[in-house]
Write a protein that binds this ligand. Sequence first.
Ligand code: PMP
Length: 460
Amino acid sequence: MTINLKQNDLSHVVAADREHVWHHLSQHKQYETVDPRVFVEGKGMKLWDVNGKEYLDAVSGGVWTVNVGYGRESIANAVRDQLVKLNYYAGAAGNVPAALFAEKLIEKMPGLTRVYYSNSGSEANEKAYKMVRQIAARHHGGKKWKILYRERDYHGTTIGTLATSGQAQRAEQYGPYPDGFVMVPHCLEYRKQWDVENYGERAADAIEEVIRREGPDSVGAIVLEPVTAGGGVITPPQGYWQRVQEICRKYDILLHIDEVVCGLGRTGAWFGYQQYGIEPDIVTMAKGLASGYAAISCTVTTERVFEMFKDAPEDGMSYFRDISTFGGCTAGPVAALENMRIIEDEGLLENTIRMGERMLANLASLMDKHTVIGDVRGKGLFCGAELVADRQTKEPLDEKRVQAVVAGCLAQGVIIGATNRSLHGGLNNTLCLSPALIATADDIDRITNAIDSALTKVCG
Ligand code: PMP
């Protein structure tokens, strides 16, 4: 059935939504007084809701996903053709798009060789954690079972991945959590924890301190976002990644990079880690992988990691004893293949670098006018503006006013985001911009102009 709505059906849709849909991240009480926002259509950077109101989407579908923009017929056609040929087969067998996409992906990831399919970022990370645990069981006599994660980073919504949530608010009320996940300090230089010259190296050394405290024999892996997303759009300080890599090598700790947000062009390269010279053992990705045209995630590993599951097959346990039912859907890899072709053929990585520089420069110039902007940071089309009540003390701006700025942009037809409340001083105070990689200079200027007006209205 194709959904074809007439104008008078739309109020019915809103009522059905209000009565029956349990929205993500929403206070449902608000729908007693305000209609839920329900979108009908998207094209490029634009969205239309049931009332016909047009929006410029500066967050790629709410959570930095629609990297190539809305309404891509070539992806829809590729998925349609594949679905009528073969929609699905899972378990111990492959399918054509899965093989071809894995090959194409690996071309972009020198040093990595194996692709494990599932459906969401959380699931991709869970798979990686399970790999680490199984490697510990098989190769380290049960040692090296701990996984380090970083304050302010986020890796998913399941109980296992929430055990690695560096954002306290997200994990509250869902515990107790499994053992063996240990937090290391964040590396946000704007909120310095050490008064030193080489901040990047110092922040990385803090990881080594945790490893020594826990015992290097007990630590199997560390999971890190190349640029922290929801925890405040945190770009790493100079020297940070080089030192992190050295520490991982020194203690034989697997480096797992979570590219769920940064992957597939968001930061202006295929993957964020490639801009910092990192050589990971495991890379996870989801969101922009098929730009939301189909659900797909991947856990990509080196051959060395893959080989660790091949020892002693006679015991019947020497394989990664895991499955993902919908990892066998062909829509994901076929959409991902076309998504990648678009990024390549339309030069979207280059556009991301150019437009990202413009967005960062626009935000930086707003700092002269709005003292409420404490810091701006970003990489590619992934920028944040941290709002503070006082530049000297860096006291975060209260959540009400931050949300009023977001609402002020929405009233002008521009959708922006704000980051989640996090542990240790990081409140919900960073405006977040992650438009599709097709953004033009006009789009960027309209987004930052909307922020300018909203800030003037809310903060004077
Ligand atoms: N990792 C990161 C860095 C994320 O930002 C997210 C989602 N916001 C996830 C993992 C989890 O992805 P999903 O919601 O697809 O499970």
